[in-house]
Design a protein around this ligand. Structure first.
Ligand code: RP5
Length: 171
């Protein structure tokens, strides 16, 4: 069995510049993942086999990104009981990204795909970590620490502006 808990798949290697944000977040949380190309249209059999075997291989969450007529996340969701997070990608064959957003978002009743924002692969990584964190307190603690670091960063930005005399907000 593979040690990966999250499967990060994408329709093409041209999606990698976007999708690597999911991988980088998982890496920062020490969550084992795998990353590969699975195309719904150009490697349909590979998609079926990947989705049908993922759970038995130890994968607990799948992140699937695709651009254009983005059928990969929905089709993978139809072939597994694992949670699937979809990342719409504004790709070279995309009109303006809406094609991919709607292909991934507008799933029929019964087969959900948790769709993040256009090119929102980092949030996909965070959501995958949160799903795993619901049953793994070590991961949940790391997410808490991540949230605290974001809060501190925003408060530092606020203080920097306030110190320039641009606000007199009383904390
Ligand atoms: C989609 O077509 C892929 O997910 C990618 O976003 C887009 C372009 O693929 P390539 O032509 O770069 O392989 O299926």
């Amino acid at each position: 069995m593979s040690t990966a808990k999250v499967g990060v798949i994408m329709g093409s290697d041209s999606d990698l510049p976007v999708m690597k944000a999911a991988a980088e977040f998982l890496e920062s949380m020490d969550i084992p993942f795998e990353l590969t190309v699975v195309s719904a249209h150009r490697t349909a059999e590979r998609m079926v086999s990947y989705a049908q075997n993922a759970a038995d291989r130890g994968i607990q969450v799948i992140i699937a990104g695709a651009g254009g007529a983005a059928h990969l996340p929905g089709m993978v969701a139809s072939l597994t009981t694992l949670p699937v997070i979809g990342v719409p990608i504004k790709s070279s064959n995309s009109i303006d990204g809406w094609d991919s957003i709607l292909s991934i978002l507008q799933m029929p009743n019964g087969i959900p795909v948790a769709t993040v924002a256009l090119n929102g692969a980092k949030n996909a990584g965070i959501l995958a970590a949160r799903i795993l964190g619901s049953a793994d307190s070590a991961i949940a603690e790391k997410i808490k620490a991540y949230n605290t670091s974001m809060k501190d960063a925003v408060l530092t930005k606020a203080k920097n502006l306030e110190d320039q005399g641009w606000a007199d907000y009383e904390k």
